[in-house]
Design a protein. Structure first.
Length: 157
């Protein structure tokens, strides 16, 4: 029998070297956010369980969209847009509802949102709001956020 330990160690070393961030090509490396545009764009994807899309959209529209609109009034958010695929099974079919939010800047995106104050003002029946938000997430198969870094191909930044 041959000793496979050196081969395994060599393979592990090669994989580790390939995975190091310094070995990424420019096309694979995350782009820094363009300095000329301080705003940050994030795509929020949801995959709703089959048969619950209308309920999810209704709950989002009733409970979450008003909060986002209040954050637009404060200037934290510059734009909110929602999307659904054209067809069932469109593309990879891994999402059924998407929200694009443009934040004023990185601080607005990552900092405190002041949502608690907004929620108290908009939804005095906090128990009902909590039940409906819990339901909105119960009918999901998946949810993920994708903060984007704009790549300016004119300046290659």
């Amino acid at each position: 029998m041959h000793n496979t330990a050196p081969r395994i160690l060599l393979a592990a070393a090669i994989l580790a070297a390939i995975a190091l961030p310094g070995h990424m090509s420019a096309a694979q490396a995350p782009a820094a956010q363009a300095a000329s545009r301080p705003e940050r764009t994030v795509w929020y994807f949801y995959r709703v369980k089959w048969g619950f899309q209308d309920e999810f959209v209704g709950l989002f529209q009733r409970n979450h969209l008003p909060v986002l609109k209040e954050e637009m009034k404060s200037g934290r958010i510059k734009d909110v847009r929602t999307f659904v695929p054209t067809y069932h099974g469109d593309g990879r079919a891994d999402w059924t509802f998407a929200v694009v939010i443009v934040y004023r800047d990185t601080t607005a995106m990552t900092g405190p949102s002041n949502d608690d104050e907004i929620l108290k003002r908009l939804y005095p029946d906090t128990a009902k709001f909590a039940r409906e938000e819990q339901r909105r997430f119960e009918i999901l198969d998946a949810h993920w956020d994708v903060p984007l870094n704009e790549l300016d191909l004119e300046t290659k930044r």
